[in-house]
Structure formats: structure tokens, C-alpha cells
Design a binder for this molecule. Structure first.
Ligand code: C5P
Length: 232
């Protein structure tokens, strides 16, 4: 599985996004477009960034009835993105429909990744608000297994969970891991963080890095440092 650093383009306009990307004159980083940028600029921004030669993870976390998901996934897959995601909580039937929808007429498809429990959901809130019993870790691993059984390519998880996910679902099952910080960097609002080097040791396949690169005084230098530690 191709190890790579994915830069989270958490910007709210096309102008800010392109100004950021224009700093990269030598490499074409894999980038993540999330809800903020997609809802602000629509599919045009995806096409534009793709045309510039970047791989794209479209992070829209879909969750709806299977028929709607199948059709929505077909539309998003048609944007020629490289990675898409959905909520495993939508059930295996929804995930199977998504796999069908995401598969292009030529048989190719982007990597389809599941969100298990959001990292913002605590054990207490999961029990109280969602009425789900069991440990958070058990629930995350169960959702990961369901995603694998439904034919998904992997999950978004913490680097600290990557080893367990690979044990349960196989080494080819992709782990995409946010919560990465440089050893001497700002943690921000992330709680459980790991360095790019540690994420590599723990077996992450892709790390998603936002502010340590986008807010750096030298974003290209920060990206290169990240890639050298993680892939290097
Ligand atoms: O700036 P930072 O490196 O914290 O950005 C991490 C990115 O990964 C953000 O786009 C955030 O929404 C996303 N993400 C996360 N934790 C998750 C899922 C996604 O930080 N569990």
C-alpha cells in the first residue's frame, strides 16, 4: 500500500487554497478536501485541483440510506478523486451500496474509507447519546471489521489504532490517520497526537496533516520534513 502524506486543505475559499498550492513548485502533494471547501466551492474546486495533478481525498463522510449513498458515490467517483469516505454507522448494507456506486464503468474505483466513531465522541457520549454499550475501542474495531466485510478499502483512525486495525482486518486494509504533529510543534485542539515518524512505526498507511503544514512559516519545508519522517 502506497504510504503517503495527505495535506488537509482546510481553507474556505478557492483563492486561499490555490495560493497555498502554488507554493509547491516541485512536488504535487496528495490533498484532502473537506466539507468546508467543498460546500463553499462545489465540485469545480475538485476538478481544478485534480487538473493541477494532485491526488484528492474527498472527505465528505456520507451517511444516508443505501440507495441514496450508491447514487451519490457514483457522482463523486465521477470526479476522478482518489479517496472517498462514509460513516460505518450507516450499516453494512449502506457500505455495500457505496462500493457498488463508487465503482466506475471501467471497474476502477477510488479507495473507499470508513469513519468508525468520530474522535470527538467520548465513551460517555457514545453510551449516553447513542445508546451504544461496550468500550469505544471495541466499537471502533467492530465497525472496522464491518467495513472490511462490506468490501471497503480501509478506515480513518488514530495512528495508535493502526496496528489493531491491521491485525483484525489484514495488512492490506488501509489506515488513514489524522492527529499528527511534529515533536516540537503546536498540538492545537488535537488530543492524542503522534509524530510522522511514530505514525510510520505504528503502521499508518496515510497520514492526514493540516495545520502543521498549512500554518507553517515554510509550508513546503514542513511538508518535506513530514514526508521524510513518514516515507523517507
Ligand atoms: O490541522 P490538523 O492536522 O489537526 O488537521 C487534521 C485534519 O484531519 C482536519 O481536516 C480534521 O478535520 C481531520 N480529522 C481529524 N480527526 C478525525 C477525522 C478527521 O483530525 N478523526
Amino acid at each position: 500500500m502506497g504510504k503517503d502524506v495527505i495535506i488537509a486543505l482546510d481553507f474556505d475559499t478557492r483563492e486561499k487554497t490555490l495560493a497555498f498550492l502554488e507554493q509547491f513548485t516541485e512536488e504535487k502533494p496528495f490533498v484532502k478536501i473537506g466539507m468546508e471547501l467543498y460546500y463553499a466551492e462545489g465540485p469545480a474546486i475538485v476538478r481544478e485541483i485534480k487538473a493541477r495533478g494532485h491526488k484528492i481525498f474527498l472527505d465528505l463522510k456520507l451517511h444516508d440510506i443505501p440507495n441514496t449513498i450508491k447514487k451519490a458515490m457514483a457522482v463523486l467517483s465521477g470526479l476522478e478523486v482518489d479517496m472517498l469516505n462514509l460513516h460505518a454507522a450507516g450499516t453494512k448494507a449502506m457500505m455495500e451500496a457505496a462500493v457498488e456506486g463508487v465503482t466506475r464503468p471501467d471497474g476502477s474505483r477510488p479507495l473507499l474509507i470508513a469513519v468508525t466513531q468520530l474522535t470527538s465522541t467520548s465513551q460517555e457520549r457514545m453510551e449516553r447519546d447513542l445508546l451504544i454499550e461496550g468500550t469505544l475501542e471495541h466499537v471502533v474495531m467492530h465497525y472496522a471489521r464491518c467495513a472490511a466485510e462490506a468490501g471497503l478499502a480501509g478506515v480513518v483512525c488514530s495512528p495508535l489504532e493502526a496496528g489493531m486495525v491491521h491485525e483484525a482486518c489484514g495488512t492490506d486494509f488501509v489506515t488513514v490517520t489524522p492527529g499528527v504533529r511534529f515533536a516540537d510543534g503546536d498540538v492545537g485542539d488535537q488530543v492524542r497526537v503522534t509524530t510522522p515518524a511514530r505514525a510510520k512505526e505504528l503502521g499508518s498507511d496515510y497520514i492526514v496533516v493540516g495545520r502543521p503544514i498549512t500554518q507553517a512559516a515554510d509550508p513546503v519545508g514542513a511538508y518535506r520534513k513530514c514526508a521524510a519522517e513518514f516515507i523517507g
